[in-house]
Design a protein around this ligand. Structure first.
Ligand code: SF4
Length: 441
């Protein structure tokens, strides 16, 4: 029997992180697992693999706002070859009406709920233009056979959704209104399946206000001797439970990304970040989180934002000093960016304050390093210059690797930290490259 042929593509990010291969494209591993056996599935990560010449019956492309121009370009190319093109991913989910103009069909939300139906519709010539997944996430074991040794670390989800509602985040619109956790035995099985000694819990909010589940997960990771180093993003309330932090460390936590974002009650209110907004001592509260992590041998990464409503050059200088003095292991600053489907996008669009609105072409500017909104106190050029200068000050050096070793007491955690920094072009060293590849063999 002649098989139908499906090509899945992770498009190249044209502007940043050329050759990015820190994390695998999990969405494609899920779609591959969902595709029936009578299809032949090829996966290409355009960041480091060439596109094949062969003709495919269907081409599925995963997207985000950074790679959307390339995704639309590829869609046009494959449609010209008479392939049916299906687009999905974060950007398409936020902008389905835009995306559908470039594709034969779009998946809005999670593929798990609609991919089987989409394939059946294609096979019976009834393909619809839009497939909506609904709010409830469903989990399955991804097909990771195409990962090989191509990625720096493994990526695994334990949940979808988030209880918080930060003004700059698009997670709730139009998907993931509920917070849903993946079954624990599935998480453990997946971790056992990966040979990579490093991984990231890629959840939007790994904590999920669920101490009991995480305690159980960490205990199981220890019991099953997972023995890998990992990182993840957590909201600040994770650190209220010191026992949980201790158990995370025992289960291999090397670094936490913490959503600090800003330094004053007023600016946190603007971002709708509710933790510490009422605090009398935000610096002390943040510092205590970092001390708790360091005491347990875990590093902390925390970004801060520029261009928040009310910011002046003086306020930004104070914020940069605040973050510099916190004792973070990794820090960067980003310009407040109204990604599609976020509340701030709607607000600035309605107020006619966005500089770039010729979409989809102008999505290329929505990358956290560009000033996109007319600000009351600071010119766009000055804001971009400040972001550049502060990021230069926060760049990684060899001494940071030494500090990472002192903090964690672990060579494996230090190498993991190095790999993370290298992925984002922050630091690179032949010595650590050799060390890392010997650990990954
Ligand atoms: S905590 Fe993270 S995932 Fe949750 S709303 Fe805020 S930015 Fe989004």
């Amino acid at each position: 029997m002649v098989k139908n042929k499906l090509l899945l593509i992770n498009p190249k990010n044209q502007q940043f992180y050329h050759g990015y291969r820190a994390l695998p494209p999990i969405a494609l591993a899920i779609v591959k697992a969902l595709t029936p056996m009578h299809w032949q599935v090829d996966v290409v990560d355009e960041n480091f693999q060439p596109l094949p010449d062969a003709r495919y019956d269907m081409v599925g492309i995963t997207t985000n706002t950074l790679n959307i121009s390339k995704a639309y370009e590829l869609a046009a190319m494959y449609r010209a070859k008479n392939s049916c093109v299906v687009l999905g991913g974060a950007h398409v989910t936020s902008m389905p009406d835009e995306a559908v103009q470039f594709a034969d069909a779009v998946v809005v939300g999670d593929a798990e709920n609609v991919w089987t139906e989409l394939i059946a519709d294609f096979e019976s010539n009834r393909l619809q233009k839009k497939y909506y997944s609904g709010d409830n996430a469903r989990f399955l074991m991804p097909d990771i056979s195409f990962y090989g040794h191509n990625y720096t670390m493994y990526g695994i989800e334990t949940s979808r959704g988030c209880h918080n509602h930060c003004a700059f985040c698009g997670i709730h619109m139009p998907r993931h209104k509920n917070y849903v956790r993946k079954p624990l035995d599935m998480i453990i099985e997946e971790l056992q399946q990966s040979k990579n000694p490093f991984f990231t819990f890629v959840d939007n909010n790994f904590y999920g206000n669920d101490d009991a589940f995480l305690m159980q997960l960490f205990e199981e990771m220890l019991k099953q001797k997972i023995n890998k180093k990992w990182q993840t993003g957590v909201s600040v309330n994770f650190f209220n439970n010191k026992e949980l932090v201790k158990m995370a460390a025992k289960a291999g936590a090397a670094m936490f990304f913490v959503g600090f974002e800003s330094d004053t009650g007023q600016s946190l209110k603007e971002l709708n970040k509710n933790n510490f907004r009422q605090s009398n001592n935000i610096f002390g509260d943040y510092r205590s989180i970092i001390k708790t992590c360091h005491k347990n041998g875990i590093m902390v990464s925390g970004n801060f934002m520029l261009g928040i409503e009310g910011d002046t050059e003086q306020i930004i200088a104070e914020r940069a000093a605040f973050f510099k003095n916190l004792g973070l292991d990794e820090c960067a600053c980003v310009i407040l960016t109204p990604l599609p489907a976020t509340r701030i996008f709607r607000k600035y669009h309605e107020e006619n304050r966005l500089f770039y609105t010729n979409f989809p072409d102008d999505w290329k500017h929505y990358h956290y390093g560009k000033s996109l909104v007319k600000h009351e106190n600071i010119s766009p050029e000055r804001l971009e210059q400040l972001a550049y200068e502060y990021n230069m000050q926060f760049r990684q050096r060899f001494s940071d690797m030494a500090a990472a070793f002192i903090t964690t007491g672990s060579l494996k955690s230090t190498v993991f930290y190095y790999l993370y920094c290298r992925s984002f072009g922050k630091y690179s060293s032949g010595f650590f490259d050799r060390l890392a590849s010997s650990m990954q063999k």
